[in-house]
Design a protein around this ligand. Structure first.
Ligand code: ADE
Length: 234
C-alpha cells in the first residue's frame, strides 16, 4: 500500500518510523512518505492560512497549496482521507475498508480546517472521506493520522506475526474481547480463572464468548444493540 501524508508539521509523524509500522515500511509492505505542505507555497512567508470568509475566530487553510499537493501526489486510485471532528466516525470497519485501498493520502488540517473547495474539487477526481476519531477536538489531523494508520497497517497481510490475533481481538466480531491472562497462575492473591488452565478448548471458547458479551453489555450497550440476532442471520 502507498501512503502519502501532507502536513505543516512533518515531525509530528516521526513515530511512523517505529515499531511494526517502521518494520512494514522497511519490508516494503507500506510505501509511506510524509510531505511538508509548505513545499507547495510560493511566497516568502510560505503562507498556508488566512482569515475565514464570513468572519469568526481563527484561520482557515488556503486552497492553493493543497491543490498543488494533490496535483503532485494524487491519481484516480487515491483515496483522500481528511481527519476532522466533522467527519464520519472512524471504526474497525473503516480500517478494514481502508486496508483494501492501494493509495491513501492524508490531508492534515490545522486551525479551523481546510477551505471546503479543496475537498469538493478533489471529490470530482478521487474518493474523499472526512473521518473523525471521536466527539472531541484535537489541534489538527496529525495524531488522527497516526491512529488511522496504526489501525489500517496492522490489517495488511504479513504485518502482524500472528494473523490469529486479528480474529479474537475487540471489535473483530462486533464485541469487546474477553479479559486475557498470562503467567504466573497466581499473583498478589489473584488467580487466573481455572477454566483457562483446564485445557478444554470448547469450554474456554464458550467462557470467552460469555465474558466478551458481559463486558460489552456493561461498557458498550450500543454495540450489543447493533449485534445481529442468530434468528436474523442471513
Ligand atoms: N482533527 C481535530 N479533531 C479531530 C477529531 N476528533 N478526529 C479527527 N481529526 C480531528
Amino acid at each position: 500500500m502507498r501512503v502519502d501524508v501532507v502536513t505543516i508539521f512533518p515531525d509530528y509523524l516521526a513515530p511512523l518510523d517505529l515499531s511494526l509500522i517502521g518494520k512494514a515500511r522497511a519490508a516494503g509492505t507500506l510505501d509511506l512518505a510524509v510531505h511538508d505542505l509548505r513545499t507547495w507555497t510560493h511566497d516568502v512567508h510560505r503562507t498556508v492560512d488566512d482569515t475565514p470568509y464570513g468572519g469568526g475566530p481563527g484561520m482557515v487553510m488556503r486552497p492553493e497549496p493543497w491543490g498543488e499537493a494533490l496535483d503532485a501526489l494524487a491519481g484516480p486510485e487515491t483515496h483522500l482521507i481528511v481527519p476532522s471532528p466533522a467527519g464520519t466516525p472512524f471504526s474497525q470497519a473503516t480500517a478494514r475498508a481502508l486496508a483494501g485501498d492501494s493509495h491513501l493520502m492524508f490531508a492534515c488540517g490545522r486551525y479551523e480546517g481546510i477551505d471546503q473547495r479543496v475537498l469538493d474539487h478533489a471529490a470530482s477526481r478521487m474518493r474523499v472521506s472526512e473521518v473523525s476519531l471521536g466527539d472531541y477536538v484535537l489541534f489538527g489531523g496529525e495524531v488522527a493520522v497516526l491512529v488511522v494508520l496504526e489501525a489500517v497497517t496492522r490489517l495488511l497481510p504479513g504485518v502482524l506475526g500472528n494473523a490469529d490475533s486479528l480474529v479474537e481481538e475487540s471489535h473483530a466480531d462486533g464485541v469487546l474481547e474477553a479479559p486475557m491472562y498470562t503467567k504466573p497462575p497466581s499473583w498478589r492473591g489473584l488467580d487466573v480463572p481455572e477454566i483457562l488452565r483446564s485445557g478444554d478448548h470448547g469450554k474456554i471458547a464458550r467462557w470467552r464468548r460469555e465474558q466478551a458479551l458481559q463486558r460489552t453489555a456493561e461498557r458498550r450497550p450500543d454495540l450489543i444493540a447493533g449485534l445481529e440476532r442468530p434468528d436474523q442471520g442471513a
